[in-house]
Design a binder for this molecule. Structure first.
Ligand SMILES: *Cc1c(COP(=O)(O)O)cnc(C)c1O
Length: 390
């Protein structure tokens, strides 16, 4: 057994099921462990290393930033944060942004905006947020409360009040809840539920959310922590659905593997958070912003998102040749593979052994490869998977 693993287990809280692999370094699509074994990575640190491991341009930008200024409090300005905020807002069509350090924090910000928007306009009591069954919004007490999965509503009582759940794609139930409950201020959803099992929302359901919300002055909040920043083949997945949420949250891949969360607000709610109402010591950290500038430049370059879609289609086609793979859900390079008889968790372990890192989501295998993955690496990874799915 590795000394690192022993030390780790002695001193780090055992909150995760980990594979017995100590990753030491990586370049582009390949990770290397402490014994020099190489892995093709179809998980990219749960979609965070969106440009792969230590890709050249990203490393240069991040290192240059570290050498100039690594952090300053938010009582000052930095050019790198201004540059990223401007690029992000202009390219997504949002008015302004609040920076935090994680998906949960981005969603906390969204929840605060939704509730204060309603408080400012209607006073107390209009504070309920509709979220979807099987959603995942984070691990803080508020975002766990928002998460529509009973397994997460344990131990840590009391949870935060003011969240009701509707099953994804159930238009009738959505209509009923919004008609009956006059305390609703927002509907929050993932376009493709990630942790919930890679379940895309139906276009008709999304359209109904937007219709009902517009009619009732209810804010639409898209949690694009996993689906955003090019993952599904557009800068934002809302662009693929042809809608514009009032609030969009981003994290995971936004800075290419440095912690960052962002909460984007549209015209309607861009002046809700004012001085003193929210904050984060590390939010908008210059190193994270330097990484994020490279990510957004890469993702918005001519033809990049089309390529993400093409690679996703390529993987789908290849998987259709594997009988054990019953079907593939998802969009772009966010894919969930339904298996006929094998257990996804067993495949994940066996794949790591053979040099392929993948993820699971509920009973499915999940792929979130670097957006820059090459066809050659896709082929190599799928070849390993094919060997395990016979
Ligand atoms: C991962 C994830 C979160 C939580 O992000 P953290 O950075 O772990 O706080 C929230 N929402 C969605 C959709 C996610 O996939």
């Amino acid at each position: 057994m590795s000394q690192t693993i022993d030390k780790f287990n002695d001193y780090v809280m055992p909150t995760y099921g980990r594979l017995p692999i100590v990753l030491e370094k990586g370049h582009d699509d390949t990770a290397v462990d402490e014994n020099g074994k190489q892995y093709i990575d179809f998980g990219s640190g749960i979609g965070t290393n969106s440009l792969g491991y230590a890709s050249d341009k990203w490393v240069d930008a991040v290192c240059e930033q570290v050498r100039s200024i690594q952090h300053t409090s938010n009582y000052f300005y930095t050019k790198v944060q201004a540059d990223f905020a401007a690029k992000l807002c202009r390219k997504t069509g949002y008015s302004n942004v609040f920076f935090g350090n994680s998906g949960a924090e981005a969603n906390e910000c969204a929840i605060k905006i939704a509730r204060k928007y309603s408080f400012d306009k209607y006073g107390k009591g209009r504070s309920t947020i509709v979220t979807l069954v099987n959603s995942f919004h984070g691990r803080t007490i508020a975002t766990l409360s928002a998460t529509g999965q009973e397994v997460f509503h344990n131990y840590f009582f009391p949870f935060v009040e003011g969240f009701v759940n509707v099953p994804a794609n159930d238009i009738e139930e959505l209509r009923r809840v919004i008609a009956e409950d006059k305390s609703i201020c927002a509907v929050m959803f993932e376009f493709v539920q990630g942790e919930g099992g890679v379940n895309p929302l139906d276009k008709a359901f999304v359209d109904e959310i937007f219709r009902l919300c517009a009619e009732n002055d209810i804010l639409t909040v898209a949690d694009e922590v996993q689906t955003g920043m090019g993952r599904t083949g557009a800068l934002l997945t809302s662009m693929r659905y042809g809608v514009k949420p009032d609030i969009t949250t981003l994290a995971k891949g936004i800075a290419g593997g440095i912690p960052m969360g962002a909460c984007l607000a549209g015209d309607k709610c861009s002046d809700v958070l004012v001085k003193g109402t929210h904050g984060s010591t590390f939010g908008g950290n210059p190193i994270a912003c330097a990484g994020a500038n490279v990510v957004i430049d890469t993702v918005t370059a001519e033809g990049f998102c089309e390529e993400v879609i093409a690679k996703g289609e390529y993987i789908r086609n290849k998987l259709s040749e594997i009988p054990e793979a019953e079907g593939v859900d998802g969009m772009g390079l966010m894919l969930g593979i339904r298996l006929k008889s094998k257990k996804a968790a067993d495949i994940l372990t066996a794949a790591a052994d053979k040099g392929l890192l993948i993820l699971t989501a509920k009973e499915k295998l999940r792929f979130l490869p670097p957006l820059t993955i090459t066809y050659e690496e896709i082929d190599k990874g799928l070849e390993i998977l094919k060997g395990l799915l016979v």
